[in-house]
Design a protein. Structure first.
Length: 480
């Protein structure tokens, strides 16, 4: 495998261990660096991994002089024999430093591999979106707007990664996200691989696929994409006293711009801006967009850049009643707290050792997400209850990290091993400090004979360790 490696430095303390003050000061939080080489070194009867790391964003003087601790510039662990063996010249400032493996684990959060040589790369825009059942508004779910159909001509190694928007830039906490890979066979699908939910910026799965047709489906429980209590009153102003736009609204506009910039060209084409207008119950023709609209605002020859989009919104704020702007934002999926309750964007990357053919398809009009969840529960689920051939299955997912909020969630499904159609009822209303993928903690589903039906996701509210998960499961036969 060819590629570079990128790490993120974090000033997080390990339990029971303090990070040295000098290290905290000189190794700034979220520093991007490049691992140049790794060597195993035995010293005083112990084996340690020493990483020689290139600080791409550091000047030579800073990188050479600031590293303290074991194997730093002034460390007494360096002997003439070790320096000669590894070719280390502490007097030369070459933008490198050495660090013990123990300190490496303490100071760095993650290693990201950048696939550079002999790897094909595809970058695709994605979006999680909240949808409601047409027949029952109480039944809702957060699904991937699209699924990705992959045609594999020969045995291929593929690394699939879902990248969420950086919460340090956008200010939105990460959703729990996962990835499922399925193989198509006619109208049916079979589960190949599933990456469990994690709440971090990247979620990655690596698979080797034989020739055939496959589906990549991004997944989320949607439990944390909730309708928060309104904290920004209706009479709140979007503009500051000096006439400039409030920073919260500007953050929202950046999110909206990225959501509709499907081609990821840092501009909104006519078709992309038309989608926004339709959400606002406005109309604009292609001729009007190019001849009248674009010349008014900062734009490129083929589309509106963010600065122009902000100018358009600022002009609307000054000319229109504030209630109209609130209606616009509500139509675009924001509540009075300016929190996105209907959708989140992400980037899906595919790195493969052979060329792939990928088609993006609409997932909302399908039952693919529900089918995939049922397949995962059927394969990995444990039995919670069994009543006369009707099984309640569950999966408990737990992702713990010092650097991100915990994910502690349950996925429930019902397996019908009888020859009759039943209605399964799962009641989780007795639980405490839990949030759900459905609007209500009580879910009813029709389960056909010899079939598995997914019920819902239940997740502990982030940051609350005293959650209680309780449920009552019943079912009844449906008379045909």
């Amino acid at each position: 495998m060819s590629g570079g490696t990128c790490c993120r430095a974090a000033q997080k303390r390990s339990r029971g261990e303090k990070v040295p003050r000098a290290t905290r000061r000189t190794m700034s939080c979220w520093l991007g660096i490049h691992i140049q080489s790794c060597d195993w070194l035995k010293f005083r009867g112990t084996s340690s991994l020493k990483c020689r790391i290139y600080g791409a964003s550091l000047s030579g003087n800073l990188c050479h002089h600031s590293r303290t601790g074991d194997w730093g510039v002034a460390s007494p662990l360096w002997t003439p024999e070790i320096k000669r063996k590894l070719g280390v010249n502490k007097e030369r400032q070459d933008d490198t430093f050495w660090i013990s493996f123990r300190d490496f684990l303490t100071q760095f959060q993650a290693i990201n591999i950048c696939y550079l040589q002999q790897w094909q790369e595809l970058r695709l825009k994605g979006r999680f979106i909240r949808v409601q059942d047409v027949d029952d508004p109480n039944v809702e779910a957060v699904l991937s707007r699209w699924y990705y159909n992959i045609a594999v001509a020969e045995r291929t190694q593929i690394v699939i990664t879902l990248h969420q928007e950086d919460e340090r830039v956008g200010g939105r906490c990460y959703l729990d996200a996962g990835i499922a890979v399925l193989r198509k066979s006619g109208d049916s699908v079979a589960l190949v691989e599933a990456k469990d939910f994690v709440r971090r910026r990247e979620c990655e799965v690596e698979v080797v696929l034989d020739a055939g047709d496959y589906i990549v489906l991004p997944r989320t429980t949607g439990c944390t994409l909730k309708r928060l209590a309104d904290s920004l009153g209706k009479n709140a102003k979007f503009l500051r006293e000096n006439g400039e736009m409030d920073w919260r609204l500007e953050l929202v506009l950046k999110e909206i711009f990225r959501k509709f910039d499907i081609q990821m060209k840092q501009e909104l084409t006519y078709s992309e801006f038309k989608w926004i207008c339709e959400s606002l119950n406005q109309k604009i023709s292609e001729e009007e967009f190019y001849k009248t609209f674009l010349p008014k605002y900062c734009s490129h020859s083929k589309g509106l850049c963010f600065r122009g989009f902000k100018e358009f919104f600022l002009k609307s704020l000054k000319e229109l009643d504030e209630t109209i702007i609130w209606d616009w934002l509500e139509n675009l999926g924001y509540n009075k707290s300016l929190f996105p309750v209907r959708s989140r964007t992400f980037i899906l990357t595919l790195h493969s050792d052979k060329e792939l053919s990928v088609n993006v398809r609409d997932a909302i009009a399908t039952s693919l997400d529900n089918t995939t969840s049922a397949l995962i529960v059927e394969r990995y689920g444990q039995e919670a209850e069994k009543q006369f051939g009707i099984k309640l299955l569950y999966i408990f997912s737990q992702y713990l990290s010092y650097y991100h909020r915990q994910v502690q969630s349950y996925a429930y499904g019902v397996l019908n091993e009888t020859g009759k159609t039943v209605e399964a009822i799962l009641d989780c209303s007795m639980s405490k400090h839990m949030t759900y993928s459905a609007r209500s903690p009580i879910v009813k589903k029709r389960v056909e004979p010899e079939q598995t039906e997914f019920m819902l996701h239940a997740q502990a509210i982030p940051g609350n360790e005293e959650f209680v998960n309780e449920f009552k499961f019943t079912w009844k036969e449906i008379a045909e």
